[in-house]
Design a protein around this ligand. Sequence first.
Ligand code: CIR
Length: 253
Amino acid sequence: MTFTHAIVKKPGPNFHQAITTAGLGRPDFEKALAQHAAYCDALKQCGLALTVLAADPLYPDGTFVEDAAIVTERCAIITNMSAPSRRGEKAVVAHALGRFRPVEHLAPPATADGGDVMRVGDHFFIGISGRTDAGGARQLSDALGRYGYTASTVPVADCLHLKTGVTCVGDNCLLATAEFAGRAEFADCEIIPATPNEPAGANCILINGHLLIPAVCEATRLLLARLGQPIIEVDISEFQKMDGGLTCLSLRF
Ligand code: CIR
């Protein structure tokens, strides 16, 4: 599918107060801003027009805008994030998406994060994780079904979100960490096992024939080079300190 737009949100000065389990230290705010700008440039290089939301000090995790919504050609579904500190992030995202798509909302107390939703063709895999519960997955699945898509669930145990460990890198082709590589749920997909010593490398984004991959994942770059698509490396070290990856920094549609 061809994407034309992306929504991003700048990190704010209190970005270091975002949720993290990474143990990689405090992010450097100036560096995060520069990396965010370079990430935006990479999206533009893939042909996307950007809506850039302002940072909001109320939400240190707000830059991880992907978690607030699922966007398809036909609809946007606003999620209900499980982390209490993130629940208020969705209002500004819903408002921005309302310019482009009919907007649906998940009803609490069910929870879901966009990072748990991976699209492959017209099918959506929904991770049941520490962030997305069965009720959230059911509501997402029902809403997607109303717009003509199919969905199924995948248990997530070892990572924050489904897409932390598996992402779509080509037509029906997944780059997957060991947790997901042999899973029956993905039996109909071609699987490229991710490089074990570069777990962050599994979180890539395919945009209009370009592959965005995290910087300093040399083995992953070599692995994906065989797909023959242009590869753009983006350094997101400051976002990785707050458990973020490439996908979570934008909503693409
Ligand atoms: C969080 O824990 O919610 C954020 N610090 C990181 C969210 C990353 N989102 C994603 O991978 N989709």
